[in-house]
Write a protein that binds this ligand. Sequence first.
Ligand code: SF4
Length: 348
Amino acid sequence: MNLSETQVPIPPRVQVPKHPHWPAMSAGQKAALKDRIKRLMAEKNAVLVSHYYVDGDLQALAEETGGCVADSLEMARFGSQSEADTLLVCGVRFMGETAKILNPEKTVLMPDLNATCSLDEGCPADMFTAFCDQHPDRTVVVYANTSAEVKARADWTVTSGIALDIVRHLHARGEKILWAPDKHLGHYVQRMTDADMLMWDGACVVHEEFKGFALERLKRLHPKAAILVHPESPDEVVDQADVVGSTTALIQAVKNLPNEEFIVATDDGIFWKMHQLAPEKTLIAAPTAGEGATCESCAHCPWMAMNALQNLETALRDGTGEVFVEESVRVKAVRSIQRMLDFAASRK
Ligand code: SF4
């Protein structure tokens, strides 16, 4: 790699919002609200697609109504295969955009379009495009947590569940990679594949807060616990993991491993599904506090927390939070996403 290749742009500083406060509801109020949402969903032939990191009530509602609770790869697949006219996406904006890119004929609604992601915000399309233009010899691989415009500039879109397989495939073909935006996931993929990867300097504000030294101390207190780590976490956390993987892989580990205790380094919204599948297991959140922590995230994504039953009802009733993607961008972005979906299908 020559010197100019190492000059990676400095991305903008991301403003992290405070976690929203949702007023408490009695059991009766919550049941009534869920009934109203179900009626609206039936009227509009809508299906609910929720990410593992959103509130448990939204995950439960998705399952009760024939929708899906999944990681971003499966959310994209489910939305494409659904016959519903309206996709209700509970997650962050790139997930809604991906649903719209793959299903332009469907209405895609989200509870709050301000629910973004530090990776998406930290990778502006104009800056990223200029960076790509400086490296025309590299295959551009972007993480799903990016805007439609960034995906439109990419050769491949990947999720954490399939990133290793796709990069291994490209490396075997002798391709050099330009990777964006998550540097921690990128380092992990690079270490596992030995691929030549030039990295964007982005990070997830939730996973970056997990602390290696504090995890070591916690592990001493729970020596029999298995450590589960999402690869958006820093190297010193990944290096202590018994299992490194996507949200789906971590959930399966809780279900399938014989351990009774698990220390989990990912957004704690995932605990709802882990408890559902393995209620007898003990789940411990990996530490985010300690020396050097900014505690901006505290293991729960402030953007995922913008999704709630209350604003889901508003979005459905009033048609707010509709996702639009400009057609000229969509037709380019769909190529990099479809390439991933086709690759995943070919591996099944
Ligand atoms: S948890 Fe991290 S990667 Fe996921 S949406 Fe929030 S900021 Fe983005």
